[in-house]
Design a protein around this ligand. Structure first.
Ligand SMILES: Cc1cc2nc3c(=O)[nH]c(=O)nc-3n(C[C@H](O)[C@H](O)[C@H](O)COP(=O)(O)OP(=O)(O)OC[C@H]3O[C@@H](n4cnc5c(N)ncnc54)[C@H](O)[C@@H]3O)c2cc1C
Length: 558
């Protein structure tokens, strides 16, 4: 299988060569890079903005692993399977929970400092869906910032590792056998590597993070535009479980016009005893689930949305006033500062919260070694679908997944290199030219895509709402084609490439979500409110139709 479609872009003006090119500099990408370097492979990390600009830096709550006394990987497995609502790949989960504790220890050895008790043991908290305290955290609620700091510092001190910042990766390059052979990218800067270029490599690893920016309100940073999934689709790879977008229940509500990245109020705040209440102060999670406020995220997000509908309100409230000022300052300094910067003091005030897009449980389909369905193309972290999360991610399993599967990819690349199975690849220039060029939407399309997706394919979905979203997305696609036909195409640049990626990912997501006629995990259909195991205990696999370039979702064989 070779690349069938590519983004409209100028021909590469420069070329570089490496052994492994890693796209993305979050927990997943940097872990792959550091580990392949141990095997003596040359590695290049390409990242869209600065090294620490992905979701990793924003993670608050922590990282889940069976590290506590009395806890076991088996119990972590059970909680993960329950959250995944029948669609987890049990072998993938078993890999995650058994290799997880060592992966956290490796991270500590790399320099990440977790919060410790007086005896020097790692402090563990609880989050939704976990029956034990098993979430390690750093700086109270600044876990991601500490992980990012430690990994960025480690990669910066390896002179053999090439780091290219402010570089947007566009498309995959393959050799004559359809094996990944590198990628094209656009470097924003000046110097020898300015503009569109190509990096040739023996293998390509996608670690581009999530796609929260397809929705109007999200916890994800601006770089989370689903580029990796879009690239993989254009390269002929299978993606899966796209319909399972986790909406975080407690995102600070900043008013009806708020757009883009919104501040998160971590689940750990509920883990430490904060309550969800309505405007009258009534705790509405009691009696809805045995874990009340700590029920899995989809249950809490749905309960909040139902309450909002019932009260005609735009948000509900989180009550952590009983923590007192010391606990807020020591345990949740980041959240306290963020709330106060928006005029809300959690020590004395209720915190207004509403659900917002948070995590893509689906992504590029991989096996347990991180291999995608395109040879030589790997994926890990949020962009990948390893099968760990099923229909809903268990809180704090994502940083862990990034670590564990990044280590596995590096081990696979190392083994292949040692066995002489990772030769240099010659790019098939004819195949690259033959790939159809995707017309680019105007930069303003981004806001329109987000509006369409939040209106019709957000927490609440129905056939009618998604048909309207799909029609709006199709219209945007037609406009881009018409502009091309009129010889007035949008300029190829970062904004239009990102808009094209958002458009493709949104179209694929809606195609899958419309097809899944049931409610499961974080996919909530108003018109099909029940889980339907007889028809839907299976995954939807999405690929790009070669002729039309539109995403097609097919249910996996049962
Ligand atoms: C506010 C918030 C709180 C969270 N809290 C937790 C938590 O407590 N525990 C937990 O386990 N998870 C948490 N998560 C989820 C977790 O942080 C992410 O799933 C995880 O960090 C993803 O890591 P990653 O390496 O896959 O991607 P990211 O860290 O998002 O990195 C992606 C990288 O890819 C780059 N990139 C993207 N597209 C391109 C392109 N075209 N070209 C070049 N580079 C590109 C980006 O610039 C970035 O460097 C949270 C997420 C958010 C947003």
């Amino acid at each position: 299988m070779s690349v069938t479609h590519r983004l409209t872009a100028p021909a590469p003006g420069w070329t570089a060569t490496t052994d492994v090119v890693v796209v993305g500099s979050g927990v997943a990408g940097l872990t792959v890079a550091l580990n392949v370097r141990k095997a003596g492979l040359r590695a290049t990390v390409v990242t869209k903005a600065m090294l620490d600009d992905g979701s990793t830096r924003w993670a608050q709550g922590g990282i889940a692993a069976a590290l506590g006394e009395g806890d076991t990987p088996e119990q972590h497995l059970d909680d993960t399977l329950v959250a995944g609502a029948g669609l987890c790949d049990e072998e993938a989960v078993r890999t995650l929970v058994t290799e997880g504790p060592d992966a956290v220890r490796h991270l500590i050895a790399t320099g990440a400092a977790f919060d410790l008790d007086a005896e020097g043991e790692i402090l563990l908290t609880r989050e939704g869906g976990h029956h034990r305290r098993r979430i390690a955290h750093a700086g109270g609620d600044a876990t991601g910032a500490e992980i990012s700091r430690a990994l960025v510092s480690a990669v910066r001190s390896d002179p053999g590792l090439e780091l290219i910042e402010h570089a947007l990766v566009l498309d995959l390059l393959t050799d004559a056998e359809g094996h990944a052979a590198g990628l094209t990218l656009h470097v924003m800067g000046e110097g020898q590597r300015d503009g569109v270029g190509a990096i040739r490599a023996r293998a390509v690893v996608l670690a581009t993070g999530g796609m929260g920016q397809v929705f109007s309100a999200t916890t994800n940073p601006a770089v989370s535009t689903g580029d990796g999934v879009a690239l993989a689709l254009r390269a002929g790879a299978e993606v899966t479980d796209l319909e399972f977008v986790q909406f975080h229940p407690t995102v600070l509500w900043l008013g009806p016009e708020a757009e883009g990245q919104q501040p998160l109020v971590s689940e750990a705040v509920r883990g430490e005893g904060a309550h969800l209440v309505d405007a009258e102060g009534t705790r509405f999670m009691l009696g809805q689930h045995e874990l009340a406020e700590l029920a899995p995220r989809d249950i809490v997000a749905k309960a909040i949305t139902r309450q909002m509908q019932a009260h005609g309100a735009e948000h509900m409230y989180l009550d952590g006033r009983h923590f007192g000022p010391e606990m807020w300052a020591e345990r949740f300094p980041t959240i306290l500062a963020s709330c106060r910067s928006h005029g809300i003091d959690p020590v004395t005030d209720l915190i207004p919260v509403a659900p917002a897009a948070h995590y893509a449980s689906g992504g590029i389909r991989t096996d347990l070694l991180g291999r995608t369905t395109v040879p030589g193309l790997y994926a890990c972290g949020e962009v990948a679908c390893t099968g760990v999360h099923g229909a809903n991610r268990l809180a704090s399993n994502s940083l862990l997944e990034g670590l564990v599967f990044a280590e596995r990819i590096a081990a696979d690349l190392t083994a292949r290199h040692t066995a002489g199975e990772l030769p240099e690849r010659a790019v098939d220039v004819a195949a690259t030219r033959a790939a159809q060029s995707v017309p680019l939407p105007a930069p303003e399309a981004r806001a329109e895509i987000q509006r369409l997706m939040s209106t019709g394919a957000g927490v609440l979905r129905s056939a009618a709402s998604m048909a309207a979203t799909a029609a709006g997305l199709a219209r945007l696609g037609e406009q881009a084609h018409a502009q091309l036909a009129d010889e007035k195409p949008a300029d190829p640049r970062v904004e239009t490439w990102e808009a094209a990626n958002l458009h493709l990912v949104a179209t694929a997501l809606v195609a899958a979500a419309a097809q899944r006629e049931e409610t499961r995990g974080c996919h909530w259909r108003e018109d099909f409110p029940e889980r339907d195991d007889a028809h839907w205990q299976r995954h939807l696999i999405t690929t790009l139709a070669t002729a039309t370039g539109t995403p097609v979702s097919t249910p996996e064989e049962q």
